[in-house]
Ligand binder design. Structure first.
Ligand SMILES: Nc1ncnc2c1ncn2[C@@H]1O[C@H](COP(=O)(O)OP(=O)(O)OP(=O)(O)O)[C@@H](O)[C@H]1O
Ligand SMILES: Cc1ncc(C[n+]2csc(CCO)c2C)c(N)n1
Length: 256
């Protein structure tokens, strides 16, 4: 069984250079309050995509993060490469503004069966980075807010189990740990933890084993309606997880 490593170094000011094969980051901004560390993610990402109304958030909220600079300068510096979605939430003034700056506008209003996040992930995978094994998609504004949207966002990471996709809010991150790998999660306690969880999704997880947690699992069954590992605590710098089912890994993000 192959071992996959994970780390949240994208939350650090500088990406490490000696940390195994470098990941290529793509940033997707959803239509929710932009987390405070968004400028950092933007710096680390090679491409920046807004999901429909996510463009309103970049336009409205990013200038406020740089109170001593001109809003127009900030808006030009933080120009999305593309805006994709069903375009029912982006404001006309925002659409016109970014179109004028040269942002690609991809209107998929005909598709009312997949979410804007799904459309953005498909675009990044198929049109921007086909067959890129070291791609990692960071998604801001994915958690908190409307529960149907949150579940839709979690469903997207389950729709693309072979892709690295990380859902972020100011408070926590979520990613999928596919069962076909064993997982080694490097914890950077300066930016994340100690609260964490391992959550089965969609089915019973028959056997899961972990190390590095306060309440480790030892070939333990988890299911909704029974045991689900929430309010767990990271105890070591490395957490390992192996399971016969795909699991969600979540860890708290520290406020500085
Ligand atoms: N309150 C929220 N909580 C979590 N994610 C959200 C929230 N609002 C929007 N999103 C995410 O941002 C994406 C773009 O938001 P937008 O408001 O443009 O969606 P939408 O398709 O118009 O949604 P709806 O028509 O259901 O209101 C959504 O697909 C969703 O992934
Ligand atoms: C069974 C079912 N439930 C809900 C929707 C609605 N829906 C799901 S994704 C989406 C696009 C949002 O931008 C919309 C409108 C559907 N099509 N099918």
């Amino acid at each position: 069984m192959s071992l996959t490593s994970h780390s949240s170094t994208f939350l650090l000011p500088n990406l490490p250079t000696d940390d195994g094969p470098a990941l290529t980051y793509a940033l997707v901004i959803l239509n929710q309050s932009i987390p405070k560390f968004t400028p950092l993610l933007w710096k680390h990402a090679k491409v920046h995509i807004c999901a429909d109304g996510g463009a309103n958030r970049v336009f409205d909220e990013l200038p406020g993060m740089f109170p001593h600079e001109e809003p127009s300068e900030i808006r030009k510096r933080y120009k999305p490469y593309a805006i994709k979605g069903d375009m029912d939430s982006i404001r006309t003034d925002v659409l016109d503004y970014y179109r004028g700056l040269g942002t690609k506008i991809i209107d998929e209003s005909q598709d009312q069966d997949t979410t804007d996040l799904n459309k953005c992930v498909t675009y990044i995978r198929d049109s921007l980075y086909p067959e890129h094994p070291n791609l990692c998609i960071l998604v801001t504004g994915a958690l908190g807010g409307r529960f149907d949207h949150e579940m839709g966002n979690i469903n997207v990471i389950c729709c693309f189990p072979s892709m690295r996709i990380i859902l972020l809010s100011d408070d926590s991150l979520i990613q999928l740990l596919p069962s076909k790998h064993h997982h080694k999660i490097h914890i950077d306690s300066s930016v994340e933890g100690p609260h964490c969880g391992l959550i089965p999704i969609g089915m019973v997880a028959g056997r899961t084993s972990t190390t590095g947690l306060q309440w480790n699992l030892d070939n333990t069954e988890m299911r909704f309606g029974g045991l689900v590992s929430t309010s767990n605590i990271v105890k070591e710098n490395i957490v390992t997880v192996q399971s016969d089912s795909d699991l969600l890994w979540t860890i708290s993000i520290k406020k500085d």
